[in-house]
Design a binder for this molecule. Structure first.
Ligand code: ADP
Length: 720
């Protein structure tokens, strides 16, 4: 009986397409295939096979089965679930899942192996070569190095037929984790949490735990015990540790490596294609049992995923806002449900969504209340900038400068935190008042002194800083308004010419290796003052850091979006949590114009519960997440009138449903990006509503004109 293969293609197409299975191809679900699409052959993945009943128009046949490891059923199901949830084409998450398969396989390598022939003439050098080979084949150059002989010795043995060169596939050898190694001796509250998590891991099955502990309480030590238990429970078990930032991966990889005596698979956008391919193949084959990665690692083809750790679960970097829009923390829980795996959400400042789930008993709630080893949390003081303002043209107020001087005199380190890249967020002309903006986008150009350019952080557009105002032509009239990290660095250098000052932001640190070097040199005490954006505010341990100065604590509050207060609280709690560890007490100073604000008061009192309670009450009253659901529709097009007409049409056909309110259309706050006008709807729904289904039904009622793009954002984090 002939069969029909339903094939999902990693492109924004609405659904899987049917193809005929050629005689004898014997496809299975998950197989990679080449199929004709228009005039081309494209890659796809078989998601289902069914018997052909005949009679219909003949289908095009599958062209070829590709030699890539099949996607396991859990991965295929997850991809389809994610698409339905995000109201997007299943080809979009599939494209993420196939990133590893679409990079070419590393070329086979040539290795020397012993043929069994004895050398005609035996020398000590030749004996050493054979000794090294007794453990298995090795590349010739490596062989000579390991045996301590010249390459001529190896070549002589090959010529004699004692050694043969063979081609083997270049597979990454992921050493199996050594489960006989022990982690740190845990303190009482760490042990209690670890025992519960290890028990869950051993029992197996779907469950979610929140590991809620202040910075430095040893959450990483604790979840590594759960990882050990999960790996021990099943010889095939695989574990995924998700991190919000590439900059954090190196530190966690180092800790995993030393805990398990084996390097984990590393997965993020900075991993070079051949290495990416090796991780993909090894994960699919079950040879790689621990992966440490950024959000897209969630789409890897795990064969037996039994535990997912989401570290810094509150971090908004888990939300992917371009292309396929998803929240990796939420999808981690969904994937775990599909795989019948456990999830550990770790944070010092959990998201309100997660706290609500923990309060309601849907997640297990484990708390670590003290820093390890008696280290105390820093004292936090608010510096009211209305009372002690910085001098004009400066950004560090006198009390902060004094604290920095005291810290420097004691030979300790300071961290100045400002979540703003570049030198100045705005450049304007003092002659005509013109603000420098990008030519096709509603946003200010940010001045970068290191590169001498003005940069649009939204689109990447950049231009050299002009010497005359492009509007009125006046020379030398452009002035830099407000501070970015580069400007604070300049001030710190002027203030402490002897000190070693460094900047840590995504403009100065380009990849994971550089981030690691910077973190290591800070940890080693080679930097006195570090000026940093949030890239450095997370997760690192700096033993001699005793002062954290927050240059502009009000910055995050100005955005005015739903999570502004929550995010500010989390970011500043993280940043101030860097100060003081072990034997050195730390302090944190927050420069603010709004010391009376609930966020500032909660930070000063270090009373997270009070802040959370107040914030929860406000959200509940408004029916906002986590008490209700939100979704956004963002439409964009080159022609304002056409966009307006389309949005009116959309408003007319919005389905009526109880418990759903549609707001808009409205101009997006960023009304123009890359020459495209933008408009939005915001939808609020009760928790009982299946909002994805509602949005899918709405979208099906309109067909946007070709020039208009419509994106749906379930649970939006950005309201621009
Ligand atoms: P968190 O993830 O909660 O910020 P970490 O696990 O990174 O905390 O722990 C903070 C620091 O304290 C790390 O340097 C860690 O090695 C150390 N530490 C935590 N618990 C222990 C322990 N039980 N024994 C020894 N060192 C510990």
């Amino acid at each position: 009986m002939s069969r029909i293969a339903s094939v999902l293609i990693p492109m924004p197409l609405p659904e899987a397409f049917d193809y005929a299975e050629p005689e004898g191809m014997a496809l299975s679900a998950g197989d990679h295939v080449a199929v004709p699409l228009g005039p081309r052959l494209v890659r796809g993945v078989v998601v289902a096979l069914r018997a052909s009943l005949g009679g219909n128009r003949p289908l095009k046949p599958v062209a070829e089965r590709l030699d890539d490891p099949a996607l396991p059923p859990g991965t295929v199901e997850f991809v389809q679930w994610a698409a339905r949830y995000a109201v997007d084409s299943p080809g979009q998450p599939l494209a993420i899942a196939l990133r590893g398969a679409r990079t070419p396989k590393p070329r086979p390598v040539r290795v020397a192996s012993a043929t069994g022939l004895m050398p005609a003439r035996s020398t000590p050098a030749r004996a050493r070569v054979l000794e090294v080979l007794a453990k298995g084949p090795v590349a010739p150059a490596e062989l000579a190095r390991a045996a301590g002989v010249s390459s001529g010795v190896v070549k002589g043995l090959i010529d004699e037929g004692v050694l043969a060169l063979v081609q083997i596939a270049s597979e990454a050898a992921f050493d199996p984790p050594d489960l006989s190694l022990r982690g740190a001796a845990l303190n009482a509250s760490q042990s209690a949490a670890a025992a519960v998590l290890a028990g869950d891991a051993k029992a197996g099955g779907y469950n979610v735990a929140l590991l809620d502990g202040v910075t430095g309480s040893g959450k990483t030590e604790v979840y590594l015990e759960a990882v050990a238990a999960a790996l021990a429970a099943n010889p095939d078990a695989q574990v995924l540790i998700l991190l919000p930032e590439i900059a954090l991966t190196q530190a966690v990889i180092a800790r995993v490596s030393s805990r398990f005596g084996a390097q984990p698979g590393e997965w993020h956008s900075d991993v070079a294609p051949p290495a990416r391919r090796r991780v993909f193949d090894a994960v699919a084959a079950g040879r790689c049992r621990i992966v440490v990665g950024a959000r897209s690692a969630l789409f890897l083809p795990f064969r037996k995923l039994t535990l997912i750790v989401v570290d810094e679960e509150h971090d908004t970097s888990y939300k992917q806002e371009e292309g396929f829009i998803y929240q990796a923390r939420d999808l981690a829980v969904a994937r775990a449900r599909i795989e019948k795996a456990g999830v550990i959400l770790a944070s010092a400042t959990p998201s309100l969504e997660t706290l609500r789930n923990a309060e309601q008993g849907r997640y297990r709630w484990l708390k670590l209340t003290a820093r390890h080893g008696g280290a105390v949390l820093p004292d936090i003081d608010l510096l009211d900038l209305r009372e002690t303002p910085p001098e004009p043209g400066q950004w560090l107020s006198p009390p902060l400068r004094l604290a920095m001087a005291e810290t420097w005199a004691r030979g300790e380190q300071s961290l100045l935190f400002l979540n703003r890249r570049g030198y100045a967020p705005l450049v304007l002309c003092k002659a005509c008042g013109e603000r420098m903006t990008a030519p096709d986008t509603d946003s200010w150009l940010v001045e970068h002194r290191y590169s001498g350019r003005l940069v649009c952080h939204l689109t990447g557009f950049s231009m050299p800083k002009p010497t005359a105002c492009p509007h009125c032509g006046t020379r030398d009239s452009l002035v830099s308004i407000g501070p970015g990290v580069e400007r604070v660095e300049e001030e710190a250098r002027e203030l402490f010419p002897e000190a070693r000052v460094a900047v840590f932001s995504s403009d100065t640190i380009f990849d994971a290796r550089e981030a690691r070097r910077m973190v290591e040199s800070m940890a080693a005490g080679e930097i006195d003052i570090l000026v940093a954006t949030q890239a450095a505010a997370k997760g690192h341990n700096f033993p001699r850091l005793t002062l954290v100065g927050v240059v502009d604590a009000d910055l995050g509050l100005r955005g005015g979006d739903l999570r502004a207060a929550e995010r500010t609280y989390q970011l500043l709690a993280q940043a101030t949590g860097r100060a003081g560890r072990r034997d050195l007490p730390g302090r944190a100073l927050l420069q603010t114009y709004a010391p009376e604000h609930a966020v500032m008061q909660a930070l000063k009192a270090q009373d997270r519960d009070a802040f959370v309670a107040a914030e929860m009450a406000e959200r509940e009253m408004a029916g906002l997440p986590p008490f209700g659901r939100l979704a956004a529709v963002i439409a964009s097009g080159p022609d304002g009138a056409q966009l307006e007409a389309f949005m009116r049409k959309m408003a007319e056909v919005a389905p009526n449903a109880p418990g759903v309110e549609v707001y808009g259309p409205a101009d997006a706050p960023l009304g123009l990006i890359r020459g495209r006008r933008r408009k939005r709807f915001l939808v609020r729904a009760d928790r009982t509503v299946d909002l994805s289904a509602y949005m899918a039904a709405w979208r099906a009622r309109v067909r946007p004109p070709g020039a208009i793009r419509v994106a749906i954002d379930i649970d939006p984090y950005s309201f621009l």
